[in-house]
Design a binder for this molecule. Sequence first.
Ligand SMILES: C[S@@+](CC[C@H](N)C(=O)[O-])C[C@H]1O[C@@H](n2cnc3c(N)ncnc32)[C@H](O)[C@@H]1O
Length: 236
Amino acid sequence: MDFSSQHRKLRSPRLCLFGLALLFLAGCAFLKQWAYEGFNRDHWQQPQKVIETLALRPGDHVADLGSGSGYFTFRLAEAVGPKGKVYAVDIDREMNDLVAKAIKEKNIGNVELILARPDDPMLPPIGVDLVLTVNTYHHLENRVSYFQRLRKYLRPGGRIAVIDFDRRAWFAGLWRHYTPAEFIKREMEQAGYGLQGELTFLDRQSFLIFTPNPQAARPAPSSPTDGSAPRAARQN
Ligand SMILES: C[S@@+](CC[C@H](N)C(=O)[O-])C[C@H]1O[C@@H](n2cnc3c(N)ncnc32)[C@H](O)[C@@H]1O
């Protein structure tokens, strides 16, 4: 056996392993996308109605916090128009890569990716008019201090819209990936926000809109319940 065939023989299992690893990694991103978006999400998520309810104006700047595979990112981008901006914010580089691919394919000019830190969305100082976070609230750690910190990124009149699974979502309950609305309201109040609106048209998620409470202009010292509040929801 000559050197090259010996070398090829040695290399091919490694190539196979490398190929398998690549397939696995590609599969992971695909699996995650499938897990986030499922088969008939448009039916229960009513994305058009959600976007209409948010009453965005052309030129608005919006953060899609925990943007995942971009289910809401591109709908938001359409709503704010070419003069607006959507920050697709996620801590998962694979998900950001998926969104980057879609930005390229769709030739979208008003979406910017941000690889966030778990404790900070790392938005630019110019700030945003709206933070939308969908099915992500239950992933966030130390939510009271997270949202206290987030306040600095809100422009005057800025809002935070939280959509998360609640007890009606049996499949989310199975994995404990949900947060009861009363937890969200209490934590957001502790973080210095007031409830501006509660929408009830989604059949398995709460949809709450908050604005900063002027009386709580300065972040309060860490609340005793921060990070240790009884949780019906999983943290990761
Ligand atoms: C269930 S997915 C929801 C994705 C998207 N919002 C949707 O509705 O399809 C939750 C996303 O939140 C991201 N995430 C978790 N913790 C985060 C954090 N601290 N900051 C930003 N994103 C986070 C995860 O990486 C994941 O992509």
